[in-house]
Design a protein around this ligand. Sequence first.
Ligand code: NDP
Length: 399
Amino acid sequence: MKNILIIGAGGVGRVVAHKCAQVPEIFETITLASRTKSKCDQIASEIDRPIRTAAVNADDVAETVALIKECGAEMLLNVALPYQDLTLMEACLEAGIHYLDTANYEPKDEARFSYEYQWPYHERFKEKGLMALLGSGFDPGVTNVFCAHAVKHLFDEIHYVDILDCNAGDHGLPFATNFNPEINIREITANGRYWEAGEWKETQPLEVHRPYDFPVVGEKEIYLLYHEEMESLCRNLPGLKRIRFWMTFGASYINHLTVLQNVGMTSIEPIKVQGVEIAPIEFLKSVLPDPASLGPLTKGKTVIGNVIEGLKDGKKRKVYVYNVCDHEECYAEVKSQAISYTTGVPAMIGAKLMMKGDWLQPGVWNMEQLDPDPFMAGLNQHGLPWQVVELDPDSPPVY
Ligand code: NDP
């Protein structure tokens, strides 16, 4: 395979296009398509290799199939929005090509993202000898592979996983989301949820929080959230007793979000204003800064990784596997901040492993179900180096 079609020309699409272009021996022909072709053209103009561009409505299966056929792509990398996952999977099945995404499907009219919409495609992909790789971003994505690495190399049994997503970057604006505002706010304003002893436990939105002392960036407030990788990891990690997900937010972000929520601006229920029907969150999205515009403004680092506890050779073990990424260095390389970078690089690595054949297997797969070794090597090679730090096994839990 040599020919890839990338759909979505937002913050993540920009990074994917730049990073695929850096690996010409794998990605010989690249087409970048999105709803707005001018955004693809802008990205293509930043890259010193020819990138083909096109306009496509990814909600339309027939239109997408026609584009796949026209550009001759052998795999589709979906970095549009989670709403497009199912139509793009249908288009891949119809055109007979492989599929990869970075976020699981979410119906537009219900703030409920889940793999239960995409897992049932397993047999259809398998029958056609095609692969769909789900969640090849950072979280989900790298955090799943960190777990697979721990299972393969560091532990005999894994009992507890805490995924810690820290963005210590500062863009200097009073309020902005660092990826698509609608998706981001829908995720954060939902109830918190974690998995323990075989069942899901629910919390109020952002109810559970505490300060956590991160490597490199120091103490930040972490908030317990529901996050999609837990849905597959709780099934695929044998012996797991508990998995939780935490994200950092600054005081100003929480204050703004609370006010917006209290006045109803985060609602996804459409209302009629002067004859026009619109969901308040969609209106809010249109007045908030475009995440892509944060690139040149953001300074500081992200620290994302997993604290994992379990047993090795009959003894308790606790490790912290994480990556540190610098917003300004990302911008210098690909004109994007670290949130888009840490998503786009793993998407490219996942696609590379599928195109090379290392990870190619028919069916629908989550990241932890594949051999972590080539992916972990790819992270070091393509700009997201990781480290494993041994923690005192008797140190207090994250919470
Ligand atoms: P943006 O909103 O910046 O970009 C989304 C892009 O998708 C835009 O270019 C938009 O086109 C395009 N798009 C939307 N609808 C359609 C459609 N119907 N047809 C064609 N193109 C469409 O989002 P991001 O780049 O920040 O995020 C991209 C994806 O990455 C999202 O699914 C997000 O959830 C995921 N993500 C995953 C993370 C992870 O770690 N796993 C972390 C961060 C993000 P246009 O501009 O023309 O409107």
